[in-house]
Design a protein around this ligand. Sequence first.
Ligand code: ACO
Ligand code: BUA
Length: 443
Amino acid sequence: MNYTEEYKRKLVTPEEAVKVVKSGDWVDYGSFTGSVVVLDKALATRRDELWDVKIRSCTRFTGIPEAAIVDPTREHFIYNGWQLSGYERKLSDQGLCSYIPIVYYEVPEYYRNYIDVDVAFIPVTPMDKHGFFNFGPQVSHTMAICEKAKKIVLEVNPNIPRCFGQEEAIHISKVDYIVEADYPIAEIPAAKPNDIDKKVASIIMEQLEDGCCLQLGIGGMPNAVGEMIANSDLKDLGIHTEMFVDSMVDMVEKGRVTGARKNIDRYKMVATFAGGTKKTYDFIDENPMCAFLPVNYTNNPNVIGQLDNFVSINNCIDVDLFGQINSESSGIRQISGTGGSICFALGAFQSRGGKGFICMTSTFSKGDKIFSRIRPTLEPGSAVTIHRGMAPSIVTEYGIANLKGKALWQRAEALISIAHPDFREELIKRAQEMGIWRKSNKR
Ligand SMILES: CC(=O)SCCNC(=O)CCNC(=O)[C@H](O)C(C)(C)COP(=O)(O)OP(=O)(O)OC[C@H]1O[C@@H](n2cnc3c(N)ncnc32)[C@H](O)[C@@H]1OP(=O)(O)O
Ligand SMILES: CCCC(=O)O
């Protein structure tokens, strides 16, 4: 069947397409490198004729959304995010972006069972000969958005890599309007690891074995580990992750990854979205080694738990002496989001031979002040991203603290032993005051 006529019939200008939005609507923008650009700009120009339009996106890597900044009153456009990127963090600091709490693997079901979508704006590749538009590397919850939307508008961009997987493409028959765009895919280069990052990474490296299956989270630290893995002599690694990143391409090119020992999805590198540089986007384009699958599969702890020797490596902001992990805020300042941190903490625990790591530098500097990331209690308002009972191993440049099965005084002891030495005396004093320190404790 030839879909060219249907394509021509549905093709409109961005200005024409955004007329589909009405006051009071919920509009979804897509996620990550696939959060719309051209449609956002066109919608922003309608500010004065629209009221109470709620916009939702997720970790938008494609720049500051125009609709959020044209309306500082938030009477016309109210921008919301499932997780904040650096752009959205800046908006949130100005009161122009509201975080929506999640457990990431549940998000498709939020769409299917709990929330409304009036209009879905989704970036896609050009149509193939079968009439399908591929979502690129943001499979995540995109199909669930489309299933729920009353109207679907596609932003076709030839620069989006075509990613194989499941729930990865939409047929033209389901689409209301098409607009065409041509902008480069947002690149998210990894921060260069410093010596302390490398020390933390080297501690995790000692825990890895041939054949293990890896997940690397967002942030500088997991990337430092990824680089080290690529340059190691580990063999037959598998990848089952949420975010596909540059260091995974290096791992393949250096012969570390085969996927041959995975219990499920053998030989496939499984992810739900990607965030890297052109190197990653070229690698994942039409690559049968990669499978981009919906997040209710990739991040489901019951799926992760089927993979033996699963190793999860994620970052955090700070941890308290009780083992509560905050990966997303500084007091009430929202920094990012819960994302997949709970999913992978639970999944790694369920995996036979699995290991979960939350890694961080022992200190954090703000201006000329240095703070310990291991704190007596979390700052008031900080989110408990990972409940203390679920806490996996915490890693700093001073070692690993395994918290599973440990009483509060044992946790305090283990965590203080990996805190920066300059903060240990004060932490012991606070642990004593809180009644979670024993006299016999070592440091
Ligand atoms: C894709 C996946 O990740 S899979 C599953 C895991 N998912 C998650 O863990 C989600 C939550 N985690 C995250 O978002 C990240 O790992 C983070 C935010 C914890 C770390 O990411 P990084 O990119 O390395 O953080 P970075 O060091 O650049 O800091 C980000 C911001 O937090 C601030 N910050 C970091 N640590 C602290 C701290 N201890 N106290 C106060 N603010 C802090 C930084 O100043 C920066 O703010 P700015 O942009 O205004 O300068
Ligand atoms: C939306 C989730 C991204 C993350 O886990 O960081």
